[in-house]
Ligand binder design. Structure first.
Ligand code: 5AD
Ligand code: SF4
Length: 466
């Protein structure tokens, strides 16, 4: 007979995640580590032993938002939960480091994205010594080599806010080597480090075994995946295009129904990726391909390393491979020096290309980046006007595109049931369009044929085809 002595009570952790999918994946990794340390998830700060803020630094007011959340947590701690510990992770932690700890005395632990594997150790040190803990950076201080400790385990991680159990993220690389002049990512997430194909396939298989049907491979620039692994490799030519190799191998995982990836950088986008779309039906008919601007002078100053004509070339490769390919993109308005005429080129590109949707942002200077030092910053009112004009144009195009879907038959993978309206299920078409359908039986995780009957800006409505 075995007796269990010292049964420790579970600790509760509240995880709040801001920003990109990479942060969602990092939060899942941190939660997995914490579960191993006897933590369970809670939604309530008043009840949490640990509050973990996973922060984003990509655009303005990032630090301000974190400080204001920390201010509110200080009140919660004072009034309801004096033992609450607070850990701040993510890109604001990396960018602000000790300065943030000086500004907010209620931070107990601060951990950068390159050091998340140290989180359990930092928590335990904080508990035993009572001292605040900080770990940021990408290089091992002793060996001066890039720290690889954040390559994560390949087990099926707990799903966290933002993803359903059906659709999960798998990180394929951290960091970026590109240094687009507006972007803070190479400073907050360091240089690109890829995981091995074996690790990625193994994590995908584990997630599929635990119920996932769709996997999205994540990296800041997935198309340059694995180039770091090639360096020093003796197997000359065996991995000529590592990202393409990866796609074919992950698509082979039995039980996986859909495979997506983000983010692609047009600079590293090759014709063989377009070919993979026609070879591998699991890749679907949709890609997010950020362009940032429709003007070559602006692209040059952004250091995007492609021209508008080269961007179109990639669109043509994809349209030839998959005629019904749907596209989305990221655009920045009011980049330093952008004139009205140059912005008009962005409008023309959007008008002509017909994205299914766009993410448009006002340029926001990030300290440490090259563009923040450019002297010809665009006034805020001009940025606002341009953003409104761009969104207005795209709204019209999105509605037109969605309405063109009416009458089509589409294959839809259903992700979740509406909480407010039982019997209403939401899924995505192969073109990544959101679709709702009613059903008496459970559709979650099922791929169904659907006839589109209605459409508005945000979603399609459809009837199941028996
Ligand atoms: N200002 C505005 N938008 C930015 N992005 C990245 N950095 C900035 C910035 N400094 C946008 C880009 C990128 C997306 C993730 O965020 O469009 O593709
Ligand atoms: Fe930033 Fe450019 Fe790297 Fe994307 S490719 S993360 S925009 S530096």
């Amino acid at each position: 007979m075995t007796t269990i002595s010292n049964v420790t009570e579970k600790q509760k952790v509240l995880v709040e995640t801001w920003g990109c999918q990479m942060n969602v994946a990092d939060s899942e990794n941190m939660l997995e580590m914490l579960e191993g340390e006897n933590y369970v998830l809670t939604n309530d700060a008043e009840d949490a032993d640990l509050v973990l803020l996973n922060t984003c630094h990509i655009r303005e007011k990032a630090t301000h938002k974190v400080l204001s959340r920390l201010g509110r947590l200080r009140e919660t701690a004072k009034n309801h939960n004096p033992n609450m510990k607070i850990a701040v992770a993510g890109c604001v932690a990396q960018a602000e480091g000790k300065k943030l700890m000086d500004q907010a005395k209620n931070i107990d632990i601060l951990v950068g994205p390159g050091k998340i594997s140290e989180l359990p150790e930092l928590i335990s040190k904080n508990k035993t010594t009572g001292k605040r803990q900080l770990s940021v950076g990408f290089r091992d201080p002793e060996t001066k080599k890039i720290n690889k400790t954040y390559s994560q385990s390949t087990t099926a991680k707990p799903a966290i806010a933002g993803k359903t159990e059906i659709s999960r993220y798998v990180n394929i690389a951290q960091g970026c080597n590109n240094f687009c002049t507006f972007c803070v990512v190479p400073f907050t997430r360091g240089r690109e480090i890829s995981r091995t194909i074996r690790e990625i396939v193994s994590e995908t298989s584990n997630l599929v075994a635990s119920g996932a049907k769709e996997i999205t491979l994540l990296g800041q620039n997935v198309n340059s995946y694995g180039l770091d692994l090639l360096q020093g490799s003796t197997e000359e030519g065996s991995l000529r295009e590592p990202f393409v190799d990866l796609l074919y191998q992950v698509a082979d995982v039995p039980g996986l129904e859909r495979l997506r990836f983000t983010t692609s950088n047009p600079h590293d986008f090759s014709p063989s990726i377009a070919t993979a779309f026609s070879d591998l039906p699991k890749l679907g008919k949709y890609i997010h391909l950020p362009v940032q601007s429709g003007n070559d002078v602006v692209l040059e100053r952004m250091k995007r390393k492609v021209t508008v004509a080269e961007y179109w070339e990639r669109i043509d490769w994809l349209r030839k491979a998959v005629p019904e390919m749907a596209f989305s993109t990221d655009l920045i308005v009011g980049f330093p020096g952008e004139t009205d005429e140059q912005f008009a080129d962005t409008l023309s590109l959007v008008e002509k290309l017909r994205y299914s949707f766009i993410y448009a942002f006002k340029y926001s200077p990030r300290s440490g980046t090259a563009a923040a030092r450019f002297t010809d910053q665009v006034p805020e009112e001009a940025k606002t006007e341009r953003l409104n004009a761009l969104n207005l144009l795209q709204d019209r195009i999105t509605i037109e595109q969605n309405q063109n879907e009416i009458g089509n038959h589409r294959e839809v993978l259903f992700h979740y049931e509406s909480k407010k309206e039982p019997g209403v299920f939401y899924g995505r078409t192969e073109q990544f369009r959101l679709l709702r359908a009613q059903s008496e039986s459970d559709l979650v995780g099922k791929t169904m044929n659907v006839r589109v009957t209605e459409a508005n800006k945000t979603a399609l409505v459809g009837d199941l085809i028996p």
